[in-house]
Design a binder for this molecule. Structure first.
Ligand SMILES: O=P(O)(O)OC[C@H]1O[C@](O)(COP(=O)(O)O)[C@@H](O)[C@@H]1O
Ligand SMILES: [Mg+2]
Ligand SMILES: [Mg+2]
Length: 346
């Protein structure tokens, strides 16, 4: 089944409550991003042969991150694809302000053209993330909560280039067949495995975390001797798309919580084009996505580049982290090892 055929399957399209116009606009946006992602995949695959050095070009994006030449090129490629279809507004990580289109168009699109780009010089997996939302005339673009998304997806540029897609009826994965430059469906109705003992967090921020996050990590580190009676494995790739793909394949949990560093009160990841689409996909695959205190899909953005904490993965772990935040008394942190002394401290 090719991408084109996949998109015309009734399961992919019949879920839209809206009109044909809305359904076609969503399909066209997915096609445009998929097309751009094939070009991005080819560009990244050539790496230094295409002049990609991984060096910063000297400017920074709206969030203050140093912009790499490749971030900007990927942004231009996605915008060029989306400019061929009807949209009301585009929100990109790499643009300070919205790109405005036809105010009467049925959809708007938020995207991170190149996620994990700080890894590009190490030849590690990077990706493109997108979220397609309805445009309601009279309402500011991107002001609705995440559960209003019509579709969300991400592309991983790894050993394989794969597109993970949800249009609100489960999650399918398409892998790029480089021989004919089409995406082919390799997995339908992906379900996140439960009970996987794997967690991912940037532990170098430990001293900045809130207590509930420390408590959860300490439970994992205590392994078979701790309250979870199970040994855990740890992963941290530093590339959200790669972490999400692993969770869809193997389960486990990913945390980028808020912490006490200046500017990191709501973590690092951006709500509209990182947290919302990932939360949508993870929930559609039977997992959970939370800030630690509330469901990510219930959050509505007040500004384009707003950040939010993101804790996503197997439901049992996400729920445990929510209990640690919202009801520590019920969390039953009794053993001194797991009290505020903590394994990380002497
Ligand atoms: O360097 P840190 O703080 O561990 O952050 C890593 C996170 O930042 C990101 O790279 C942010 O995305 P961008 O590369 O698009 O800015 C995520 O992919 C990743 O999960
Ligand atoms: Mg990103
Ligand atoms: Mg990015």
């Amino acid at each position: 089944m090719t991408m084109q055929q996949g998109l015309t399957l009734s399961r992919h399209t019949s879920e839209y409550a809206g009109t044909d116009k809305l359904r076609l606009a969503v399909a066209a946006a997915i096609d445009a991003i998929a097309g751009a992602s094939i070009e991005i995949s080819e560009l990244i695959g050539r790496g230094p042969l295409a002049g990609i050095t991984g060096e910063a070009q000297g400017s920074s994006n709206a969030d203050g991150d140093v912009q790499k030449d490749l971030d900007v090129r990927c942004d231009e490629m996605i915008i060029a694809g989306l400019k061929k279809i009807p949209f009301a507004a585009l929100a990109s990580e790499e643009s300070e302000t919205l790109v405005l289109g036809d105010p009467d168009a049925p959809i708007s699109v938020a995207f991170d053209p190149l996620d994990g780009s700080s890894n590009i010089d190490t030849n590690m997996t990077v990706g493109t993330i997108f979220s397609i939302v309805p445009n309601k005339p009279g309402e500011p673009p991107f002001s609705a909560p995440g559960h209003c998304q019509l579709a969300a997806g991400f592309v991983v540029y790894g050993p394989q280039t794969s597109l993970v897609l949800s249009v609100g009826n489960g999650v399918d994965i398409f892998t790029l067949d480089r021989r004919d430059r089409t995406y082919k469906c390799i997995r339908e109705q992906v379900q996140i495995p439960e009970h996987t003992a794997e967690f991912a967090i940037n532990a170098s921020n430990h001293r900045h975390w809130e207590q509930p996050v420390r408590d959860f990590v300490e439970e994992c580190l205590a392994g078979a001797d701790g309250p979870r009676s199970k040994d855990f494995n740890m992963r941290w790739i530093g590339s959200l798309v790669a972490e999400a793909y692993r969770i869809l394949t193997r389960g486990g949990v990913f945390l980028y919580p808020g912490d006490s560093r200046p500017g990191y009160g709501d973590g690092r990841l951006r709500l509209l084009y990182e947290c919302h689409p990932m939360a949508y996909i993870i929930e559609q695959a039977g997992g959970g996505a939370s800030t630690g205190r509330e469901r990510v899909l219930d959050l509505a953005a007040k500004s384009i580049h707003q950040r939010a904490p993101l804790i996503m993965g197997s439901v049992d772990k996400v729920q445990r982290i929510e209990v640690l935040h919202n009801d520590p008394a019920a969390a039953n942190i009794t053993a001194p090892l797991f009290g505020h002394r903590g394994l990380f401290r002497v």
